[in-house]
Design a binder for this molecule. Structure first.
Ligand code: BGC
Length: 385
């Protein structure tokens, strides 16, 4: 091949790469060569949904759909270096639209439960749609997990990333204020997935954003997660009532099945005779993280899967983490194909405590015009031999 031809082939490749990433020019595409874009179907309303594949320099791969900003799959290596998917998800959009329980999705405006579907801001009461008994859960029936986000891929020295944007209208799901939200995922070359959240409002409102990935570090999403060894850096939980709404107390974990300060298998005590476990059908609680200073990044949790050797560390600046053991997964088909069985995934949802707007003693989740809501969480993937 002549030099010109090689050059042409190279340029054609770049042009294709530009098409694949959805970027305007080949030069831009070259800069984000570790992000690929493909169609992921169409919503029932006819919106086109894309899926972006981020690959870091060690071959780890995260696939993120613009529907819900959902992490659809996440491949990390085991102790032998073999890559496998470690999150519950589907390879097409349909099941996500049939009401699956937030697999991999971004959650907002308010992650977790709000009692009686009510918040009060500056003395004004706002009624929100209830979608969990009398509670509003995860932002309501059409939260941020069920909207299509605008996406912009990027890449810097730390790895490939995807910046997602969604503007939630004033009054959407009952919440006051137009909320402009940016969520940036980066699959870092040091084998971590960072999630940076930012939001601003034009009226006083509340914000509590998180991601709802269900992890299964075995690499086989059909295997229960009960043998995973869990450590949570927390001396207390926020105990709940039968609505799974915090009572407002902070409960010491010492001597209870909630003490994960030393690595313990999830399954060891999940069936214990404990009122809190019975109320929630297993672990589905908010742990109050041991955070020396509010807003300081800490290691919130560490999970080790003994057979594969895979490890997951969760670092965050949030004051709490909801550890949910997949108790409500029941193996029923989500409309199409794949089923997920009881306790085959666990979530570590970094967050402010549930129902904070109605709990005067919990850290505030209010956001006012002129303020910038900023938070981040990092999932660090490793192996132990
Ligand atoms: C909640 C669970 C709920 C799950 C899926 C978790 O964040 O704590 O109670 O079943 O989300 O909806």
């Amino acid at each position: 091949m002549s030099g010109t031809l090689v050059l042409r082939a190279g340029l054609a490749g770049l042009a294709l790469a530009a098409l694949a990433t959805g970027l305007a020019t080949p030069a831009e595409a070259a800069k984000v060569s570790h992000v690929k874009k493909a169609p992921f179907g169409t919503t029932v309303k006819g919106e086109k949904v894309q899926i972006y594949t981020l690959t870091n320099k060690n071959g780890l791969e995260a696939r993120i759909a613009t529907y819900g900003g959902t992490i659809v799959s996440l491949k990390t290596p085991d102790k032998a270096g073999k890559l496998a998917n470690i999150v519950l998800g589907f390879d097409r959009i349909e099941p996500y639209q049939k009401g699956v329980p937030y697999f991999g999705a971004l959650i907002g405006r308010y992650g977790n439960r709000l009692a009686n579907g009510t918040i009060v801001i500056d003395g004004q009461t706002y009624k929100l749609p209830q979608n969990d008994g009398t509670n509003t859960l995860h932002g309501g029936p059409k939260g941020f997990d069920k909207v299509v986000w605008q996406a912009k891929p990027y890449e810097d020295k730390n790895g490939p990333g995807l910046k997602l944007t969604y503007v939630s209208a004033d009054g959407e799901m009952g919440f006051p204020g137009a909320l402009t939200v940016h969520v940036t995922y980066q699959l870092r070359n040091d084998n971590a997935l960072s999630i940076d959240y930012e939001a601003t409002t034009d009226k006083p409102t509340v914000a509590n954003l998180t991601n709802h990935s269900y992890f299964n570090l075995t690499g086989d999403t059909d295997t229960p997660i009960l043998d995973h060894l869990m450590t949570i850096n927390a001396d207390k939980i926020t105990p709940v009532d039968k609505r799974l709404i915090p009572t407002g107390d902070l409960k010491d974990v010492t001597g209870t099945p909630f003490d994960f300060r030393k690595a313990t298998a999830i399954g060891d005590r999940i069936g214990a005779d404990d009122e809190q476990l019975k109320l929630a059908g297993g672990y589905d609680h908010n742990w109050v993280l041991n955070q020396p200073k509010p807003g300081e990044e800490i290691l919130a949790a560490k999970v080790v899967e003994p057979k594969s050797g895979r490890t997951l560390e969760v670092r965050t600046v949030e004051p709490g983490v909801q550890f949910y053991a997949g108790n409500f997964l029941d193996g029923k088909p989500a409309g199409v194909g794949t089923v997920f069985k009881h306790r085959t995934g666990f979530c570590l949802e970094t967050q402010h405590y549930p129902d904070s707007p109605n709990q005067p003693n919990f850290p505030s989740t209010e956001l006012r015009p002129g303020q910038v809501y900023k938070t981040h969480t990092v999932f660090v993937f490793g192996v132990e031999k």
